[in-house]
Design a protein around this ligand. Structure first.
Ligand code: ATP
Ligand code: MG
Length: 371
């Protein structure tokens, strides 16, 4: 039977997190080892980590193809990986520290010669730096909004005149809309000056300033590699669902404030109802972005239409969100469902695509037949 290592970061339990922060002022879960001198992390830092429900659901899906060994991406991950001897690691670990955080688990797997699912360290780091990823896209003629990178307050002035307004600003290597609120929509150079200064201070990382694209937005799931890579049914973002007068973005407010389980925001339309030529164009641009950045097995790519009607790539997520509960509106599982691919099959497709790359044969566990 295949041995499948499963690498993940589990979100700390919010209650335990607060107690431990108040008590020790440092480490907050077994997954996190901060020294006393390091600033203690806030719960937001774990927004991208997975819940126990997601981890259980992925494990269940994987177990159809082998014995699953959980390998939480904690400080003892390298030893645990070595001891576990998996044939392949299924990786969804988002990592904790720094701009290479998503690459840590795959790099350790490579170092130990263990096959793993998903993109490699280079691609994960590239895509986590939105500006570097855009350089790769632009150089390869994949449309992406015009932009400037602001590293210091002194550089804001230089960016002011180079871009057409409105301009949208965001921290260069965050996800899940951390630091992306309505205030990031800058109508004037003064707005840009104010918000870019705030972001530089708050996130201590460069700020990406991009021309704001006014058109429709889509998020596009991809499964597979090479000629077998396919774009799943497109998910359109329905800005009409936002409160009256809201800036048409799918940012922090829409993801974390306005969308609550008691009153879900009807923000997604899947499959997107658009004409076939536009759909094909978006699929082409999505696949080009996937290939140019070296994504593997799966990804989710955000695309928005510019003022000339051209689909532009906004962002590439090589470690896509995979919440199992349909009510939680996770876009890759949603797109897969629209293609008739259930949750287990989605997880298994990523595993199978990776195994194929390594020439590893996977056998499905015989299913129990009940009378
Ligand atoms: N140049 C732009 N023009 C128009 N809207 C933009 C632009 N850049 C970002 N946005 C809006 O802000 C949202 C969040 O931006 P982005 O996708 O880069 O952030 P993210 O937090 O990394 O997203 P995710 O949660 O998908 O990881 C986009 O979905 C889009 O609505
Ligand atoms: Mg996004």
């Amino acid at each position: 039977m295949t041995r499948i290592g499963f690498a993940f970061n589990q979100k700390p339990d919010p209650a335990a997190f607060e107690t431990s922060r108040r008590g020790a002022g440092a480490s907050s879960s077994p997954a996190i080892s901060h020294s006393e001198s390091e600033p203690s992390p806030s719960i937001d830092e774990f927004a991208e980590w997975d819940s126990p429900e997601t981890i259980d659901a992925v494990e269940t899906a994987l177990s159809a193809y082998g014995d699953v060994v959980r390998l939480e991406a904690t400080a003892d991950f390298p030893e645990n990986l070595r001891a576990a001897h998996p044939d392949i690691v299924f990786n969804v670990a988002e990592g904790l520290n720094g701009r290479n955080r998503e690459s840590h688990v795959p790099a350790i797997c490579e170092f130990l010669g263990v096959p793993y699912t998903g993109s490699d360290p280079f691609t994960l780091t590239l895509c986590l730096d939105k500006a570097r990823a855009k350089e790769a896209l632009a150089f390869n003629q994949v449309p992406t909004p015009r932009f400037a990178v602001i590293r210091t307050v002194g550089q804001i002035k230089g960016a002011l005149d180079r871009l057409r307004y409105p301009v949208f600003v965001k921290p260069v290597h965050e996800g899940s809309s951390k630091g992306i609120t309505e205030a990031n929509y800058c109508r004037t150079p003064t707005d840009l000056m104010v918000r870019a200064s705030e972001l530089l201070e708050e996130y201590t990382q460069p700020v990406l300033a991009e021309e704001f694209l006014p058109g429709a937005e889509f998020t596009c799931g991809i499964l597979g590699n090479g000629a077998k890579a396919r774009v799943l049914p497109l998910v359109a973002i329905n800005f009409g669902a936002l409160p009256e007068g809201a800036v048409p973005i799918y940012g922090f407010e829409a993801k974390w404030i306005w969308d609550v389980p008691e009153n879900p925001l009807e923000i997604f339309e899947c499959p997107a109802r658009i004409d076939l030529p536009l759909q094909r164009w978006i699929e082409r641009v999505t696949l080009d972005a996937y290939n140019v950045t070296g994504c593997r097995d799966w990804a989710r790519i955000d695309v928005r239409i510019d003022s000339a009607g051209v689909p532009n790539v906004i962002e590439i997520n090589p470690l896509p969100g995979i919440l199992p509960n349909p009510e939680e509106n996770s876009c890759l599982p949603k797109a897969a469902r629209a293609a008739g691919i259930g949750y287990d099959e989605l997880i298994q497709s990523c595993l199978i695509a990776a195994a194929e790359r390594y020439g590893l044969t996977l056998r499905r566990r015989p299913q129990l037949v009940t009378a």
